[in-house]
Every structure is written in structure tokens, then in C-alpha cells.
Design a protein around this ligand. Structure first.
Ligand code: ZN
Ligand code: ZN
Length: 610
């Protein structure tokens, strides 16, 4: 199984560790130290050795930052994680600060002395982050100083070693384009822009560019490698030779110079030999590279990672793969939903069903494993019964595990990693009889989901332009949800990838071939959560009958029933009802050939026209 349900944090260990860190900072003559949750590639998931924030504080969320001063400490988390941080972190040791209301610089201005020197590990912070903090702190004469050695690594006795597992070639039939072709495009772009080279730190960019995949990070099949792509000469790929088979080494050698990871610092410094600027993406590159280039005297230009857009715009092989992966994943999810329905059938209000959150998540993972093609789940399944469904980033553990009870809603957000694609899907299902209010809220979320799924829009439309479509039915009812409506999704890569997204911050125009999620929700704290999530493919501009301009649109990739027992049909417009019926017709006819007779019968019922 790919998911563990152990309670992974122990706040009682924090006091001693914080004390050891303070002692070390004193020896280093530092007034403080920043501890982010990050590794050198700045991705969403990190290997065990990089879980420094969790080791120090007990907090196990995917984003957060601690700051340690001689007599005070704080941890900064966003709204998704304030409850979790309060539960996992010792409040006597750390002040828990919510972003964006309380920011690091404001807190330091209040608690650090004037002239304080705060250390940080330049490998673990984005260039943009360090720049922003430095600017805010300058007026207080508080300085941030990069350290050559991370003090936590010096005191963490049984720190795991960085993983360097085997790397696989990602077959051309799934990648759609060869590494040589992708590199040629990338180099042409650098040349046209007058850039000497680009340094690639994002593991998904490097993995995409060289058509390689790895298994060193949970749920994300990236290879933790760096690359320097020169505009005029062969790219350099930094990867440990023991990670490559002889065949893959020979294959990669045709497109890149392979170097040991230890050689990276010298090769970065060598970029100072030429006058043309080195391209760094300030959002995706550790401050280390900016510092090293600056010291060596190299010119820097800040621009987006050249792999971002071509990686986001899927080619025809990747689109074919995504459709196949979604068919397979839809079969697995539908089999799970059928099983769940059998377990909870006829349960009365308040009665136990015999299923709990962990049992459900395990069954769902089992259904995905039974496809025979699952490489990993794409993230820890969010399996939220009743009130736990209202915690947007809920991770079920043995201590939080709750039973599914009659009269409640169950929210399950999950996905699979397959060689041909990455999936991400959420369904909300009724356990026994549910209230009118639950059905009304579910229907409002569904209306927003349909509004986005059916949107037509001109070229140049950005995610932020579409975001209100998914919220309007909720807004009209005086409701909203506190997360983005959609994120980009990789092709057997990260389940969350940029640069596009559908949210207030989505300023990147949507292009045909991009894959995004459509996941509006509604959350009633302490009671229940609702989310309906399908993945969408942006389709090519096409004419509209009676119209004058071609418009882009979406194809829904995800195939699984949306629970019609939760729909208040009276709240749907005729068009919405037709969309749902058509979608369900497609779900039933596509999935049925792959299901057992009992499952098919059930699916027919669940997708019968409204
Ligand atoms: Zn999801
Ligand atoms: Zn999602």
C-alpha cells in the first residue's frame, strides 16, 4: 500500500530539539534561523531527510516555515493548516501564526532585536521569497544571511540520507516528444532571448525535459536532478551515476553531459566566464544559485523556467494517455463507490456503517492497485467522514480515523499515478438519509462545477477570469469556499503543476492542451464538506453555431458518477440537467464494459437520467 495512517508527529520531542538548535545558533553567533518545509528542488513533496520542519516542530503539513530566535519561536502556516498546526505543535514553544495575516517580516520586526542576523539555508528558499523578506526587513536593520551548512543537519542524529534510487526512462509513446526535440526548443528560446543558459532546479521540469522518472519522493515520480541548459552547447545533467542503468546512461549521453551532483557548484560558477546572462526562475530556483552566480560575477536574468509552458501544454500522446488513465481510474473509483454503497446501504440516521475513513481509503487504493497499472497514488487520499470532510487538507491517521455514520456526508479526494497519466478526483457521497440543507449545498457546488465545465471563452482568457463562474451559484446564496477552483496537473508527474490555475491568482492564459482541475466546494466547519472534482482538458478554438468567433472550451476527462441522490433537481436549470445526464451517459457507456455485472447494474441506476 502507498499510504500510511500512522500519527507521524510527536510534539513532546520538540523542546529538546529546539534547545539543541538554539545552542548551535549561539555557537554560530546567529540571532535566529529559518526552517522551511522544503528540499533543494522546492517541490510540494520532500524526501524524509528534508522533513526538518516536522522534525523540529512536529508539524507535518505540506507548507510551513518556523523561525527560531534565542528566546522565542514561531511557525507560519496558511489557512489550510492552522487547525493541524495547533494540534501538532507545542504552543508553549512556538507561536502559531496564520499567513497571510501575520507575516515573517512583521513577526521578526516585533520580536528580533535591531541589527539581528538571521541565518537561512540558501538551498531551501525561493529567490523571490528571500528578496521579499530582505526588502521588508531592511528598515529594521535585520539581515538574512545564507549559511553554508544547515544547523539542523548538524544536530539531527538519525537524519535519513538523501535518496538516490534508480531512474527510469519515460517511454516516448507516453512522453510524445523526444528529449532531443524538447531540448532543441528550449535552446532556441534561450538563444532568441539572448540568455547564455538556464538553470533548472524544479525536479518535474528536469524529469519532463529529459523524459526520465524516479521513485525517491512519495506520490510524485520525479527525479531529483538539476540541469544547466546552455543556449549554444550540450546541456549538463547532474545525476548520480549509480541511479542510471547502463542503457539509460548511454541514452542520456546522446543529449547531455552527465555529471555527478557534487560538480554542480563549480559548473554554476563557471557560467561567469561568459557575459550573457543566466536565466533563473525566481519562483522555482533556490537562492543558492543567485548567491553563487553573484559571487562568481555572472549576470542573472529573472524569467520563467523555459519548461513550464511546454510541460503544461500536453501533446497528442500525453492527451491520449490522460484519456486512457482516466478511463482506468474511473473504473477503479466506480468499483469503490459501488462497494461503499453496498456497505452503507439502508443505514439509518446516526447508525454506524462498519466502514471508517481508513478502511475506505484502503479499499479505494486496493481498487486502483487492481487495475494492474498503478505506480503510486498521486497524493495521500483525503478520506473525510462528516466533520472531517470540512477540513480541506485532511489526512486521516489512526488517531483521527472516524466512522462513516448514517445521515452524514463522506468526501473522498484521491488520485493515481499511471505511466500514461496522473489523476485527481473528488466525490462526495451520502451515507444513509441526508438533510435538505446538504442537498441544497451540494447542488449549488454542482452548478458551479457545471458552469466551469461548459464554459466557452476566447483565447487569452486567464484562470482568474473563469474562477467566478464556479463560485457564482454559491455567491448568489451568500456562500463561498476558501481554496482555488483548479490547478494544473502533470503527465505522470506532479498532481499540482503550474503555471496555469483557476483562482484569483490565475494570471496565465489557458491554452489548448492544458489540463486543469475543476473542484469547487462548500465546507461547513464541524459538520460536513462538499467537493466535486473532475479534471478538464482545454480544447482547441472551435466555432459556435450562430456565433462569429471561435472559442476555447473544456473536455471533462474524469469518468465517475456524481451522486444524484444529493442533487435537488428543482435547483438545476434545463441546461445543467442536460449536461449532467449527458455526462452520466458517457460515464456509463465508457465504464460499463470494464465492470462486473453487479457493478454495471449499480452504475446504470446511479447514472439514470434526472
Ligand atoms: Zn483532488
Ligand atoms: Zn485537485
Amino acid at each position: 500500500m502507498f499510504q500510511s495512517y500512522q500519527d507521524i508527529s510527536d510534539p513532546s520531542l520538540a523542546a529538546h530539539r529546539v534547545e539543541m538548535l538554539r545552542q548551535r545558533l549561539k555557537e554560530l553567533q546567529l540571532d535566529g534561523f529559518l526552517v522551511p518545509r522544503a528540499d533543494e528542488h522546492l517541490g510540494e513533496y520532500v524526501p524524509a531527510y528534508a522533513e526538518r520542519l516536522q522534525w523540529l516542530t512536529g508539524f507535518s503539513g505540506s507548507a510551513g516555515l518556523a523561525v527560531i530566535l534565542p528566546d522565542k519561536a514561531a511557525i507560519f502556516v496558511d489557512g489550510r493548516y492552522t487547525l493541524q498546526a495547533a494540534a501538532q505543535v507545542d504552543g508553549k514553544l512556538f507561536e502559531i501564526c496564520q499567513l497571510p495575516q501575520t507575516r515573517l517580516a512583521d513577526w521578526l520586526q516585533r520580536h528580533a532585536r535591531r541589527g539581528a542576523v538571521i541565518g537561512y539555508d540558501p538551498w531551501l528558499h525561493r529567490m523571490a521569497q528571500i528578496k521579499a523578506e530582505k526588502e521588508k526587513l531592511a528598515s529594521q536593520e535585520i539581515s538574512l544571511t545564507p549559511l553554508a551548512q544547515n544547523p539542523i543537519d548538524e544536530i539531527w542524529q538519525d537524519q535519513p540520507t538523501p535518496p538516490r534510487g534508480p531512474v527510469q526512462a519515460h517511454p516516448l509513446k507516453y512522453a510524445g516528444r523526444s528529449a532531443a526535440d524538447k531540448l532543441a526548443d528550449c535552446q532556441a528560446e534561450l538563444k532568441a532571448a539572448g540568455h547564455q543558459a538556464a538553470i533548472l532546479a524544479a525536479a518535474d521540469s528536469v524529469s519532463w525535459l529529459f523524459n526520465i522518472r524516479g521513485h525517491d519522493i512519495p506520490h510524485t515520480p520525479v527525479v531529483r536532478a538539476f540541469a544547466i541548459v546552455h543556449s549554444q552547447k550540450k546541456p549538463e545533467l547532474f545525476i548520480a551515476s549509480q541511479q542510471l542503468s547502463k542503457a539509460l546512461r548511454e541514452k542520456l549521453k546522446t543529449v547531455a553531459i552527465l555529471r555527478a551532483p557534487e560538480k554542480l557548484p563549480d559548473r554554476v560558477k563557471a557560467l561567469a566566464e561568459k557575459a550573457a546572462p543566466v536565466r533563473l526562475d525566481p519562483m522555482l530556483t533556490p537562492q543558492y544559485f543567485a548567491e553563487t552566480l553573484k559571487q562568481a560575477g555572472a549576470a542573472i536574468v529573472q524569467a520563467s523556467d523555459p519548461c513550464l509552458l511546454p510541460k503544461a501544454i500536453k501533446n497528442s500522446a500525453e492527451i491520449r494517455g490522460a484519456r486512457n488513465a482516466h478511463l482506468r481510474d474511473g473504473v477503479a473509483l466506480t468499483r469503490f463507490l459501488h462497494w461503499l454503497d453496498c456497505q452503507t446501504e439502508g443505514v439509518e440516521n446516526g447508525a454506524l456503517t462498519g466502514v471508517d475513513e481508513i478502511a475506505a481509503a484502503q479499499k479505494l487504493e486496493q481498487c486502483r492497485i487492481e487495475t494492474g497499472k498503478l505506480k503510486d497514488i498521486s497524493f495521500d487520499t483525503i478520506s473525510g467522514a462528516g466533520p472531517n470532510g470540512a477540513i480541506v487538507h485532511y489526512r486521516v491517521s489512526e488517531s483521527s480515523n472516524a466512522p462513516l455514520v448514517g445521515g452524514s456526508l463522506y468526501l473522498v479526494d484521491s488520485g493515481g499515478q499511471y505511466l500514461d497519466g496522473t489523476t485527481d478526483v473528488t466525490r462526495t457521497v451520502p451515507i444513509g438519509p441526508v438533510s435538505h440543507e446538504m442537498r441544497r449545498h451540494f447542488t449549488l457546488v454542482l452548478k458551479g462545477h457545471i458552469a466551469l465545465a461548459t464554459a466557452r471563452f476566447p483565447e487569452g482568457t486567464r484562470g482568474c477570469d473563469l474562477d467566478p463562474l464556479a463560485r457564482a451559484p454559491l455567491w448568489a446564496a451568500g456562500l463561498d469556499f476558501e481554496h482555488g477552483t483548479g490547478h494544473g496537473v502533470g503527465a505522470y508527474l506532479s498532481v499540482h503543476e503550474g503555471p496555469q490555475n483557476i483562482s484569483k491568482r490565475g494570471t496565465v492564459p489557458l491554452k489548448p492542451g492544458m489540463i486543469l482541475s475543476n473542484e469547487p466546494g462548500y465546507y461547513k466547519p464541524g459538520a460536513y464538506g462538499i467537493r466535486i472534482e473532475n479534471l478538464l482538458l482545454v480544447t482547441k478554438p472551435a466555432p459556435i453555431s450562430g456565433g462569429e468567433r471561435k472559442m476555447l472550451g473544456f473536455e471533462t476527462l474524469t469518468l465517475a458518477p456524481i451522486d444524484r441522490r444529493l442533487i435537488d433537481v428543482a435547483l438545476l436549470s434545463e441546461e445543467e440537467r442536460v449536461w449532467l445526464n449527458d455526462y452520466h451517459q458517457r460515464v456509463a457507456s465508457t465504464l460499463a464494459p470494464h465492470l462486473a455485472p453487479k457493478e454495471t447494474d449499480w452504475l446504470q441506476e446511479m447514472t439514470a437520467p434526472l
